[in-house]
Design a protein around this ligand. Structure first.
Ligand code: NAP
Length: 226
């Protein structure tokens, strides 16, 4: 039976799911929705739509207008607004919702994690005068603005258009690498500490493994409450 599926994406898991559904169900209409944060997202099979829906009501209207049979929330675990919107839109429209929650990384015995609840606590936990690898999106940098004693290295997928609200910093562009690549990067930049969120998943795990190998502390920002 032909079906229409809407995947709320922006993650590696959502992309893998789109590939799987298109391969296994060639008669289905598989649509992946992206927020539009990345300039050149990797190509996806099926249909792709880009941009917000206009809140839960807009998403519910889209589900009805496109005769969606199944809504799948495969968004990032820290993307809370869209997940809340998906829940409300599914209830309002009567379209069944499946939620894929990526499990968090588990601390290993050789890991040196400083676990904090948010970016403000992470900024307070930075070592004095240290070189910091900041694996956070630009919307999460403001709490680090007062730490003028440290030097930040920030990695972005796209070249930033505007300056960051940080004192001393350098920017590199690119995607996360494997453990070997990340270790080379950290050594080259003489990194003392890493700051990241507990996103989980394989793609970002290279930096965690590299930190373990090099004995570097990771200031790990925990998951928000569901
Ligand atoms: P968010 O705070 O939960 O969402 C903010 C608004 O962006 C939503 O209300 C919605 O706008 C729009 N939006 C978010 N995801 C969308 C999607 N897949 N399709 C269409 N509209 C979407 O989200 P965020 O944290 O900014 O993340 C945005 C996207 O990037 C998500 O799709 C997420 O999977 C991906 N991502 C996020 C992170 C992260 O660290 N947060 C990391 C990697 C990838 P309307 O209300 O107008 O519909």
């Amino acid at each position: 039976m032909s079906r229409a599926v809407l995947i709320l994406g922006g993650t590696a898991e959502a992309a893998a799911l789109a590939h799987e559904l298109v391969r296994d169900h060639p008669d289905w209409r598989v649509i992946t929705s992206l927020a539009g944060r990345t300039l050149s997202p990797d190509p996806l099979p099926g249909e792709v739509r880009i941009g917000g829906f206009g809140g839960p009501d807009g998403l519910a209207a889209y589900l009805r207008a496109e005769h969606i049979d199944q809504l799948i929330d495969a968004t990032h675990p820290f993307a809370r607004q869209i997940s809340s919107n998906a829940k409300h839109a599914a209830e309002a429209s009567g379209v069944p919702l499946t939620v894929h929650i990526r499990p968090p990384w588990e601390k290993q015995p050789a890991d040196n994690w400083i676990e904090v609840a948010n970016e403000t606590e992470a900024a307070a936990a930075l070592a004095t005068n240290a070189n910091i690898f900041l694996a956070l999106g630009r919307q999460h940098l403001a709490p680090f603005a007062s730490r003028n004693d440290v030097a930040f290295l920030v990695r972005m997928v796209d070249t930033p258009a505007d300056a960051f609200p940080l004192g001393r910093y350098d920017v590199i562009t690119g995607k996360p690498g494997n453990a070997e690549d990340e270790a080379v990067l950290f050594e080259h930049h003489k990194i003392d500490q890493i700051v990241c969120r507990n996103a989980g998943g394989a793609r970002g795990y290279g930096k965690i493994e590299a930190a373990r190998k090099l004995g570097l502390p990771v200031i790990m920002i925990g998951r928000p409450n569901p």
